[in-house]
Design a protein around this ligand. Sequence first.
Ligand SMILES: NC(=O)c1ccc[n+]([C@@H]2O[C@H](COP(=O)([O-])OP(=O)(O)OC[C@H]3O[C@@H](n4cnc5c(N)ncnc54)[C@H](OP(=O)(O)O)[C@@H]3O)[C@@H](O)[C@H]2O)c1
Length: 275
Amino acid sequence: MFKNKKFNYALFGNPVDHSKSPQIHNFFSKQTGLLHTYTSYNVLLSNFNFSLSDFFQKDGLGANITAPFKEEAFSLSHQLTERAKIAQSVNTLKKVNNECILGDNTDGIGLLSDLIRLNFIKKQYSILILGAGGAAKGVIFPLLSFGCSIFILNRTSLNAQKLVTQFNKYGKVNVFDPCLSSTKKFDLVINATSKNIEKKEDFFPLSCISSHTCFYDMNYQFDNTPFINWCIKKGYKSVSNGIGMLVFQASHSFFLWHNQFPETDYIINLLNKNY
Ligand SMILES: NC(=O)c1ccc[n+]([C@@H]2O[C@H](COP(=O)([O-])OP(=O)(O)OC[C@H]3O[C@@H](n4cnc5c(N)ncnc54)[C@H](OP(=O)(O)O)[C@@H]3O)[C@@H](O)[C@H]2O)c1
């Protein structure tokens, strides 16, 4: 199925058609002189295990994994980094010693790196995460380790509660109940939902936002996301989409594969201008 190529890296997901990862990794490859091929594979839901094994049995050296396969990639990894073990989700794989597959999760460190770049985060910050899916799961541990406290608000509160149970041994993480916490203020609001939240003010109260609250949307698209548009309309000043997170998670994958960090600012600016 996969052509024999040296230094073969890939992205697996469904869908992957609009992914910017090939462009980012090709840019990193040129910039560092570490030449590799990076191909996207849109795999059927039932075919992930087979496709991945086939890739690594041939010349595949490393892969990025996107939705909906991050949990399956976690189960298929032979070894795990500490952060992947804690997140129970894997977005980066690396073949080690020519036989074993190491699973890592670079989403959380990718988000944290971008929040630091933007000056959107400080130790002790109180963060509201909207959503409790795979993306939220990947970022909670790094944010807690940085010294922040986290509240999770999700459409299905049981899913938020599951994340609290998974992560509360690592720091302060709670389900946010707007009815019970009307005086609570957040320093940072992160949108980790996959679809537009209708009627945002019914979802989370404006009383939890202060003049210095920052807003980060993990989503990105060719123009402003609905969440970003809503923030702009409300007059909030510190607002960002998720392009930086995407580039930084890729840079940490690149580091795992090649032991070298690529430069990130240029490609973040380029993607933000030309998306
Ligand atoms: N920038 C990056 O590098 C990066 C990295 C990872 C992910 N992402 C983005 O982050 C987003 C979330 O990804 P994911 O993997 O976590 O997806 P996911 O596992 O499918 O989770 C989706 C989350 O969104 C919530 N949701 C869906 N539709 C909603 C609606 N209409 N109103 C309110 N909540 C809604 C779901 O709530 P329920 O639990 O109630 O279903 C769930 O919490 C995706 O758009 C993805 O592209 C970006």
